[in-house]
Design a protein around this ligand. Structure first.
Ligand code: NAD
Ligand code: UDP
Length: 338
């Protein structure tokens, strides 16, 4: 089996750490580059426990071009998965310059260092947020870009920079993957999402209510034009997202080119359906109440995953019950996170 080294920026983070596990399982050697601004060094030990492999780590910042170049000097890198960045929508509205700096300038640095080092394969973490609030579900790759906040704008800009770069250099092979709602944890319960402070997203909030760390879930809105009046999203297991990265990597290594692909299950799940699935997984009832709609929320949003299947031979394998069971295992084994 191949032992090619893959640079994983942000590899200590939530999705990056799961991608490192998937890379090891597929026979690659991840080299993590992270400044731990939103993660813990303990993640490295946990990934090593799961994979039974030593994981290379370079501590550094994507805003520092020389530190990225140093990774290419130390390691013979075959491809890059670029996860490093900031992801809180609300924070991006409060502090747009930091988001443009870290997400856009950081990505330019990674792309520039890649070009200087002769590496020609990169996969970028984009988001369904780039599509904004569309009504036409499922959301396909041809949907219009319409990000509604600075975070979404940073993802759109990087996608456009990547497309321009590919057009300027025939030998580059790039993919941008737009994730819908990554949730859940590795089945061992050793790695998972570890939000700082009170979670802003439904799944980690729900898990902390189930564990008794938070008292009650507020369901934002009861009168959306959906099957039960609550918001609908496309929740996808984080290991399915990780597997999609390996599939994209193998596609780029063998076929090359430029890919822009939506990564979701294609299935919309309502807030109430998710609560009920979590109750089944945790074997306990979860206190919740209806509250007002959250500003800026859309009613319904799910992916058309057909291009991912057609191009990459990938589709999500894990359903909502597996997602909740794995999330619950991570929550009870790590009640306060890492
Ligand atoms: P995360 O915060 O858990 O992971 C990001 C990692 O990048 C962290 O380990 C952090 O320490 C590191 N990092 C941040 N700034 C850095 C810098 N300047 N230099 C080096 N390392 C830095 O986030 P995540 O949920 O794993 O998301 C990974 C990527 O996927 C992000 O680009 C995010 O925007 C994107 N994304 C996430 C979601 C989601 O719901 N989690 C959805 C769509 C897209
Ligand atoms: N949601 C909720 N209560 C919460 C957090 C979220 O009812 O405490 C709802 C939210 O209105 C949306 C869904 O859960 O319909 C998913 O929200 P999340 O923030 O996880 O994802 P996003 O809206 O960014 O896709």
């Amino acid at each position: 089996m191949s032992k090619d080294k893959i640079l994983v920026t942000g590899g200590a983070g939530y999705i990056g750490s799961h991608a490192c596990v998937a890379l090891c399982e597929a026979g690659y050697q991840p080299v993590i580059f992270d400044n731990f601004s939103n993660s813990s060094p303990k993640v490295i030990d946990r990934v090593e426990q799961i994979t039974k492999k030593g994981i290379s780590l370079v501590e550094g910042d994507v805003l520092n071009f020389d530190q990225i170049m140093e990774v290419f000097r130390q390691h013979s890198i075959k491809g890059i998965m670029h996860f490093a960045g900031c992801k809180a929508v609300g924070e991006s509205v409060q502090d747009p310059l930091s988001y443009y700096r870290i997400n856009v300038t950081g990505s330019i640095n990674v792309l520039d260092a890649m070009c200087h080092s002769g590496v020609d394969v990169l996969i970028f973490s984009s988001s369904a947020t780039i599509f904004g609030d569309l009504n036409a579900n499922p959301i396909s790759e041809s949907s219009t870009f319409s990000p509604k906040n600075p975070y979404g704008q940073t993802k759109r800009f990087v996608e456009e920079i990547m497309a321009d770069l590919v057009a300027s250099k025939a030998n580059l092979n790039l993919a941008t993957l737009r994730y819908f709602n990554p949730v859940g944890a590795h089945q061992t319960g050793l790695i998972g999402e570890d939000p700082k402070g009170i979670p802003q997203n439904l799944m980690p909030y729900l898990a902390q209510v189930a564990a008794g760390r938070l008292s009650k879930l507020e369901v934002f809105g009861h009168d959306y034009p959906t099957k039960d009046g609550t918001g609908i999203r496309d929740y996808i297991h984080v290991m399915d997202v990780a597997d999609a990265h390996v599939a994209a990597l193998e596609y780029l290594l063998s076929e090359g080119g430029y890919l822009a692909i939506n990564i979701g299950t294609g299935q919309g799940i309502s807030v109430l359906e998710l609560i009920h699935a979590f109750e089944r997984a945790a074997g306990r009832s979860i206190p919740w109440d209806f509250g007002p709609r959250r500003d800026g929320d859309v009613a319904e949003y799910y992916a058309d995953p057909s291009l991912a299947e057609q191009k990459l031979g990938w589709r999500a394998k894990r359903g909502i019950d597996t997602i909740c069971t794995d999330m619950w295992r991570w929550q009870i084994n790590n009640p306060l996170g890492y």
